[in-house]
Design a protein around this ligand. Sequence first.
Ligand SMILES: [Zn+2]
Ligand SMILES: [Zn+2]
Length: 418
Amino acid sequence: MDLYADLHIHSRYARATSKDLNLENLEKYARVKGLGLLGTGDFQHPKWQQEVREKLSEEGDGILRSKSGFPFIWQTEIAVVYTQGGRGRRIHHIILAPNADVVTQITDFLKRKGRVDYDGRPIFGFSSIELVDSMMSISEDIEIIPAHAWTPWFGVFGGMSGFDSLKECFGDRADKIHAIETGLSSDPPMNWRIRELDRVTLLSNSDCHSFWPWRIGREANIFELPELSYKGIIRAIRNRSVKGTIEVDPAYGKYHFDGHRACGVCLSPAESLKNMDICPKCRRRLTIGVLHRVEQLADRPAGEKPDGAAGFFSVIPLSEIIGMVQRCPVASAKTWKVYNQLIEAFGNEYALLLDMPQEELAKACGGKLADAIMMNRDGRLKVEPGYDGEYGVPRWGDERRKVETEKPAHSQRTLGMF
Ligand SMILES: [Zn+2]
Ligand SMILES: [Zn+2]
């Protein structure tokens, strides 16, 4: 059976997260979404780690289970800030760990290098190479995955402070990197254009800072495992046998196009080139988005699929589709009401977005919404591209819906489902 896994999560101890971001809510909304495995997020944070140890029980297979049996694996994200090749680098990495003992050793290492208690995603001054060396000296079962690899400031390939290749970033340790997280603003076909990535697994996660269904699991990985274990997950990542990913349209991501958010300027890579990458409004350098950056580094023409590349689904979250059709915000009572009805009818969001026949959908929610869900599934839905930190916006007819802010409104708490 397919297992949907979101392996990049944050806790309420990370910056800009909801205070209700606890294990219970993560599990509840993961089930609503259709996820079957989550990362714990933020494992080196003392309070969060304590909570994980208290509330989840660890079995010998590296899987942590809640009381009701929902599985998690130990996961965190850290930032490293350093100079290499004469340039300042800021890179985020996801770390997966095989058990509590290894988590203790990683935490001790990080504590020797800096503080771990002020943010769920702490910052350290060592290099990506030192990260690999120190993790491998703790356990070869630790997996290091460059996070949201293409985002301008914190991605390993980012246009502002990243590298041009894994080889440049990791040197002769590059073979210890078995996967990258492609991030919301890129999809597998964009990554296929880089030959160096043919040997790595392309993973997709939500990097969510809240548990709402339009954030958690908005991207995820599909595993097919004989039985669930940490080793099985890692083996699939290292053998490139992950079955595929669930992606959003890359235009939905916050850094797909180039631009300046404050100037309200959003440009395609071709338009930026015409402007010499300078903002036509403020005359400063544009924030170069993911599409542009992929074009810069590409060594394979668009449209070619490398051998053995995994498949993927491309769908944006159901709440966005409901909001778009009803012309109301994703977090509104009106959207929640329809969302809850649909989850009740079909069990979980992925089942509905990916599998449910149109007639069944139309019976439950009417023809208009069923049409929109099918358009989303078939890739016929247009998304106005995101840029410079602004999310992309799905289009319904000619109307442009106002973009939601990340901060959960008070009403969400009282309107939350189930
Ligand atoms: Zn990050
Ligand atoms: Zn500007």
